[in-house]
Ligand binder design. Structure first.
Ligand code: ADP
Length: 260
């Protein structure tokens, strides 16, 4: 039996009688990078809210390292979050932004500087430790937000389309870097995106959701050795196969309804 970190079992979320997630089941093992793709409005944000401890599901459960979230008395697991926008505090330096989460996570102060130095080094942003976030480029800010997620040594990291606000050239570099950072740190990641190619490129396993309410449409192991190249023809091939499959399932092959 593999070492399961996150187990989502028969999960359902209903908003005022309308289901946003229905019977969602999947697991993530330690050190695995799982990409989740689904069309807009299918329930991805709702799923992330449940996984991050913000939204109690209507039914079913999420367990992390065997402990069920939302059961009384259970503390929230330590999790890292990389958002669509960097969400760094502009009046704090890079170091202070990282110290803030270390403090909130209750990490003893004597460990802070060693952890910060090590991560800034891995992410190649050591020279920006005392810099204000607004002085950094988009790619550098993303690196800082990845460092902020990693510095608390989380059980798992949720990434919510973190590359979607970057220009395409920076996004390409960052995809490549993200892949190597995650490999270096052995992190367990759930990465949500609407870009199928990006999802395939980064993932050990791809989870394709249905059009809402979200459930698993298909899972696929991405068995391509690392380091990978974004332009690798095998990635393009898998992308094409996935697109072909989801066209019907996501309702993208239906004729558009003309406005009257
Ligand atoms: P995605 O992130 O995939 O775009 P969401 O999780 O945001 O999807 O939304 C899934 C469905 O749930 C959508 O139909 C959306 O309108 C609905 N929804 C999301 N949040 C709320 C809410 N707080 N109250 C009511 N309906 C919601």
């Amino acid at each position: 039996m593999k070492d399961t970190v996150v187990r989502v079992s028969d999960l359902g979320v209903t908003y005022a009688g309308t289901p946003a997630i229905a019977d969602l089941d999947f697991s993530v093992t330690r050190g695995e990078f799982v990409s989740v793709v689904g069309p807009s409005g299918c329930g991805k944000s709702t799923m992330l809210n449940v996984l991050s401890g913000l939204l109690e599901p209507t039914y079913g459960s999420v367990s992390v390292n065997g402990r069920v979230l939302y059961s009384s008395g259970e503390p929230l697991p330590r999790l890292g979050y990389v958002f669509q926008t960097h969400r760094l505090l502009p009046w704090k330096t890079v170091r202070q932004n990282l110290e803030l989460v270390l403090s909130a996570a209750g990490v003893p102060r004597q460990q802070w500087s060693e952890r910060i130095e090590r991560l800034l080094d891995v992410l190649q942003i050591s020279e920006f430790a005392e810099t204000w976030p607004m002085r950094l480029s988009g790619g550098q800010r993303l690196r800082v937000s990845i460092a902020r997620a990693l510095v608390i040594e989380p059980s798992y990291i949720l990434m919510d389309e973190p590359l979607s606000t970057l220009d395409e050239v920076t996004a390409r570099t960052m995809r490549q870097e993200l892949s190597s950072i995650v490999a270096k740190t052995g992190s367990t990641v759930i990465f949500v995106t609407h870009s199928i190619r990006e999802a395939v490129f980064l993932a050990d396993r791809l989870i394709i959701l249905t059009r809402g309410p979200a459930r698993v449409f298909e899972e696929r192991i991405i068995d391509i050795e690392r380091p990978r190249l974004y332009e690798d023809a095998r990635i393009g091939q898998i992308e094409a196969e996935v697109v072909e499959k989801v066209l019907g399932a996501w309702g993208l092959d239906e004729p558009r309804k003309e406005a009257v």
